[in-house]
Design a binder for this molecule. Structure first.
Ligand code: 8YV
Length: 316
């Protein structure tokens, strides 16, 4: 008999979905109407041995308790901040994620948001489509990237990939995270607030979770300043969102490029109404190629587990 797995969300890769259905008895929760999720889990939960979930859905204690036979949680994402390890660890439930395969696309989006915010691409797009160009409405010039400083908060795989890209735009680079990353040649600031003070662009690439919750607060945003721009491709939880909206609205922060939000998919209307922000709907890894590679890692980790082999990308 094939192992039963609960699939929380679909992969856009048909090959990944076909492999899941080929190797496992899949219970596709995402095909069930939200108001029937509870009844569905009540019906299938006892037999579920594997969970295919996402970086943002993860698994909470309540779901873990309803899956008494659960052996493995395969996260389709790098972030495991939505996994309640206090619920999985005592039961010896394995957790895997998808490191490496999404680094380039997420870093690309960080750079795209930075460029879009710096050059005000959405406002200019609106200016052309809205006919203001034809009406010769005066335009304010943007500011060059050359000689400015990008501070990377969180200097792991993605942070370093962002740094490598930004070096090509003539930006000076700095980073901050609690531990030193040796051998990169990029200076580490003394604190997150210092990084913000020393940077024109603060790019958030840190992991989510309790350790980073709200660390980009009003003081950090004030240190970034009226000419500063915040870019966040990591987790909305890292930024104090009300403080961010207030700083952008009163001009104490210059601009923002955001792919992630505190309570997705809800974006505060006050944030969406601001002209100095560029917003994308949590799509850093959303390319055909990367979502296929991520989904393949989910399949391969589940297969490895149920065949008694070593997991490919276990979360330590
Ligand atoms: C996706 C992510 O949101 O990798 C992560 O941590 O946030 C994203 O890639 C998601 O996990 C896709 O399923």
């Amino acid at each position: 008999m094939q192992p039963e797995i609960l699939v929380m969300a679909p992969s856009p890769s048909p090959a990944v979905m076909a492999q899941l259905d080929e190797h496992f008895t899949c219970h596709h929760l995402w095909q069930v109407l939200a108001d029937q999720h509870d009844a569905f889990i009540d019906r299938v939960g006892a037999g579920v041995r594997g969970l295919a979930t996402t970086g943002t859905i993860g698994i909470d204690a309540a779901l873990a308790a309803r899956l008494p036979a659960l052996e493995i949680v395969a996260v389709n994402g790098i972030g495991v901040d939505a996994v309640d390890f206090a619920a999985t660890r005592p039961r010896g439930i394995a957790v895997t994620n998808t490191p490496g395969v999404l680094t380039d696309d997420v870093a690309d989006l960080a750079v795209a948001l930075l460029l879009a915010a710096a050059r005000r691409i959405p406002a200019l797009d609106h200016y052309v489509r809205g006919g203001q160009w034809a009406e010769r409405v005066p335009l304010q010039p943007a500011r060059t990237l050359r000689g400015k400083t990008a501070g990377i908060y969180g200097f792991g795989r993605i942070g370093r990939a962002v740094a490598a890209r930004l070096a090509g735009f003539g930006l000076e680079l700095r980073y901050w995270q609690p531990n030193v990353v040796a051998g990169t040649g990029v200076p580490r600031s003394a604190s997150l607030a210092d990084l913000a003070r020393e940077s024109d662009y603060l790019v958030v690439c840190a992991p989510g979770g309790p350790a980073t919750r709200g660390l980009v607060d009003a003081a950090v945003l004030a240190a970034l300043g009226p000419q500063g721009t915040l870019i966040n491709i990591a987790r909305g939880s890292i930024v104090d969102e009300p403080a961010l909206v207030a700083a952008l609205a009163d001009g104490s922060l210059g601009a923002a490029g955001l792919d992630v939000f505190a309570s997705e998919p809800d974006v505060p209307p006050a944030l969406a109404a601001l002209p100095n922000v560029v917003l994308t709907p949590h799509v850093g890894s959303l390319t055909v190629e990367t979502r296929h590679a991520m989904g393949q890692l989910v399949v391969d980790n589940l297969l490895a587990h149920f065949l008694g082999r070593a997991l490919l990308t276990p979360v330590p």
